[in-house]
Structure formats: structure tokens, C-alpha cells
Design a protein around this ligand. Sequence first.
Ligand SMILES: [Zn+2]
Length: 134
Amino acid sequence: MRKGISAKLKQQIALRANFRCEYCLLPDKVSFYNFHIDHIRSLKHGGSSEVDNLAYCCPDCNHFKGTDIGSYTIDDELVRFFNPRIELWKDNFEIINGLILSKTDIAKVTEQIFKFNDVDRVIFRIELIKLGLY
Ligand SMILES: [Zn+2]
């Protein structure tokens, strides 16, 4: 099912991401669990294990994303998820009072499916912001 990704490549991807989840920006140093390497376009949908299709990803974002590649907006339009290889986080999202808010439809479907603003994640994010770790 999942092709192996070498430890060297994983380290390269973590470094490129500055050791933060490329979707919710959680720093890996504050996580009890190892971060994952996400296939932005999942293998199931024809994605590759090449570096341009890989993202450093916290366990929560990776779990909620699964093999999905997009979702529907409130207007019933199918939209792909945010792709950290081709667009900037700050152009799509902003953090206000611990909430990750969406600026685009791409961001909105990503925020909803990845559950960026589940209450436990927001409380943790607020604490990290207070400590200067986020
Ligand atoms: Zn994340």
C-alpha cells in the first residue's frame, strides 16, 4: 500500500517544513507522537512518493485527511485541499485567537476536513501561542 520513504528523505522533508506540520503549523517538538510524511495527492489517486508530492504532517492532520484529496464547499463545489508545494499558507489561512481561519475555498475545505479547529486542538494551540511555541 504505502511505499517506503527513507529516513534521509523524511529528514529532508522535515527540514524543508522547518519541523512544523505544513497544514496546521504545529511544531513537531511539542508533539508526543512522531510526525508523518503525507502524500499530498494520495497514492490511491495516482500521487507519487516524489519529494514534490510529500508534506511534513502532524498525526492529527494526517489522520483526518487520510487518502482524501478534496471536499465540497457549502455551494456544493468540489475543491482540492491546500497544497503546501504550490501555494503559501499565509495566502490561505490566518490564526486569530487560536483559531485557524480560512481565506479561500481551498483553505475552507482543508480546515473542515482536517479539523484544525477541534476544541482540543484550539486549546492546545492557544497554550502554545502563550508560551511562544507556535
Ligand atoms: Zn497538522
